[in-house]
Design a protein around this ligand. Structure first.
Ligand SMILES: C[S@@+](CC[C@H](N)C(=O)[O-])C[C@H]1O[C@@H](n2cnc3c(N)ncnc32)[C@H](O)[C@@H]1O
Length: 261
């Protein structure tokens, strides 16, 4: 799972970079909640060389991975790991200028209570930036047979339905601005951003795309018929040899502030 999360983070890294670059105020304390294996914490540490990053997750093995990577990349003095559960009170932490919550808040059971906890971890005037699911990625050229046959749109619909079933909700439909307002946040900005990877696909894009399709077919199960599933598996097998694939990955970014007073 950690490798898959790293590839997902790499595909949307241009979005992460754009959001961090947009934050005007000086940031010296960052809290990355639901940090996973740490790809984003490391990106943030690289983009903000004066910042300390507290990386929090409920999974101890993922936090071990964060520590190893921080050591390997020479930033262990600026990245600290903390085990914590966003569904419960959080441990005592330094007051944050920025709380980053990447692909995690759709997991919590009581979003407003969790947002209130994050609000308390911010300094007055501090920023919460959330990354959440956006629309499905584009991958294929418009004249690809998988588009003409409808296989690709059935794949996208089936994987979205499977994800919603697994999560027990439709993450794209969550009204985060309303929940953030109830939790006391202001200046709420909700937007969809894209990360574009032009042709020919890099080794990272290919490494992300093969399991994206194979795992998607597996997750979709009998939502896809055998003909579609076979065509998609054959496509995945050809990804290492296809130079005409351009990926546009999409994420929803919601940024909000704790009031300054
Ligand atoms: C989809 S991964 C996202 C990882 C990383 N933020 C990124 O964007 O690459 C979700 C992470 O949230 C963590 N997580 C899920 N529920 C959590 C909770 N209640 N408290 C803390 N972490 C949680 C999982 O262990 C996992 O590492």
């Amino acid at each position: 799972m950690a490798d898959r999360l790293d590839l997902d983070a790499a595909i949307v890294e241009p979005i992460t970079r754009a959001v961090i670059a947009d934050l005007a105020e000086p940031i010296t304390q960052v809290l990355d909640v639901g940090c996973g294996p740490g790809a984003v914490a490391l990106t943030i540490a690289a983009l903000l060389p004066n910042a300390s990053v507290t990386a929090l997750d409920s999974s101890a093995p993922l936090l071990t991975r964060v520590r190893h990577r921080a050591e390997a990349e020479g930033v262990a003095h600026r990245i600290h790991t903390v085990e914590g559960d966003l569904d419960h009170e959080l441990p005592t932490l330094p007051s944050a200028d920025l709380v980053w919550a990447g692909m995690v808040l759709h997991h919590v059971t009581q979003p407003v209570a969790t947002l209130q906890r994050l609000h308390r971890r911010l300094r007055p005037g501090g920023t919460l930036a959330m990354m959440e699911f956006g629309r499905s990625p584009s991958v294929l050229p418009a004249d690809d047979p998988l588009i003409a046959s409808g296989t690709w749109s059935r794949f996208q619909a089936a994987t979205t339905a499977a994800l919603n079933d697994r999560l027990g909700l439709d993450p794209v439909a969550i009204d985060w601005p309303a929940l953030l307002a109830v939790a006391g946040f202001v200046d709420i900005d909700d937007r969809d951003l894209e990360a574009t990877h032009p042709t020919p696909p890099s080794s990272t894009v290919r490494a992300w795309l093969v399991p994206h399709v194979e795992r998607g077919v597996e997750m979709a199960g009998d939502r896809l018929d055998a003909t579609d599933a076979d065509a998609l598996r054959a496509f995945a097998a050809r990804v290492p040899h296809r130079d005409d694939l351009a990926v546009v990955a999409r994420r929803r970014i919601v940024v909000a502030r704790r009031p300054a007073t």
